[in-house]
Ligand binder design. Structure first.
Ligand code: SIN
Ligand code: MN
Length: 283
């Protein structure tokens, strides 16, 4: 189903990102925030990577969306139909992650393209989209996402391991910063940012009193089924759910019937032998 206007699709193709305000309602996002903050398994599975300046970058990830509250956010039509419009094909769930950028301690993310990593996973084309949904308000003070407008048109840049994080080669990034507009993506809870896998992005440390948690669900086009196995799935049909399922399942979670219903990635087990780019931040 067509959920984005032609102008929205055009804007995504021009800028490498599209901001959809109020993609999720206050109640939906409050329940997601509550479920994730209470989720001990999420907390315990979180990988913490040093950002090179003494602060940890924390995230939890899962490959299959499941039937619980997280799955409804990733499988609902408003999101999946939109991504299918942007990628012009059926898509499947590549993985989701919660970025746990905590107050005062949350680390910075270096400039990178998601395809900088996913290329290593057997995806031949950069036909993947990430959907970042704000759980907390994200501002310049608490380290909101920053993107370089139009950088997806540069193609994939080399990614280099520096400390524990892998990032895009700074030779190209420094030049791109001179020519492209840097956009601070300030989000209200429930806003979603759709961005292309070659869009250069980063975020600063959170030195504020306010947490900045965000859910990111990533999708791959069916025609881009990876040619080899990796720590993220090859094509696996995605069962879409009606938008009303988000609230229904989220409420059920708090009436004692539901659970997160996902298997978190164990970052210690990710195969590091195949490549030099293997820091846990490279989901
Ligand atoms: C961020 O949350 O600032 C970036 C996360 C990512 O690139 O996956
Ligand atoms: Mn990223």
């Amino acid at each position: 189903m067509k959920v984005l206007t032609d102008d929205q699709v055009k804007a995504f193709n021009r800028d490498g990102y599209l901001l959809v305000r109020g993609n999720f309602s206050n109640e939906e996002i409050e329940l997601l925030g509550r479920a994730s903050r209470e989720d001990k398994a999420m907390d315990q599975s979180a990988a913490a990577v040093d950002d090179g300046k003494g602060h940890p970058v924390r995230l939890s990830a899962w490959n299959h969306p499941g039937d619980g509250i997280y799955g409804m956010f990733a499988r609902c039509r408003r999101v999946v139909d939109a991504v299918e419009q942007l990628l012009e094909d059926e898509v499947y769930h590549y993985h989701s992650k919660m970025i746990l950028k905590d107050a005062r301690t949350g680390g910075a993310w270096a400039w990178h393209q998601d395809y900088g990593y996913w290329y290593q996973n057997g995806c031949l084309f950069p036909d993947l989209v990430s959907v970042m949904t704000a759980v907390d308000r994200a501002t310049r003070q608490n380290g909101c996402l920053e993107v370089l407008r139009g950088s997806h048109k540069m193609g994939r840049i080399n990614h280099i391991l520096s400390g524990e994080q892998a990032g895009a080669a700074m030779e190209q990034v420094n030049e791109a910063v001179k020519r492209l507009e840097l956009v601070y993506c300030e989000l209200e809870p429930g806003d979603s940012l759709y961005f292309h896998s070659n869009t250069l992005h980063r975020s600063a440390q959170n030195n504020s009193e306010f947490p900045r948690w965000t859910l990111i669900s990533c999708y791959n086009a069916r025609h881009n089924d990876p040619y080899k196995d990796s720590h993220h799935p090859r094509y696996t049909p995605l069962a879409k759910v009606d938008d009303s399922e988000v609230l229904r399942v989220a409420r059920e979670r708090f009436s004692g019937n539901g659970s997160g219903g996902v298997d978190f990635v164990d970052f210690k087990k990710i195969d590091k032998s195949a490549k030099s780019l293997s820091a846990p931040s490279e989901t």
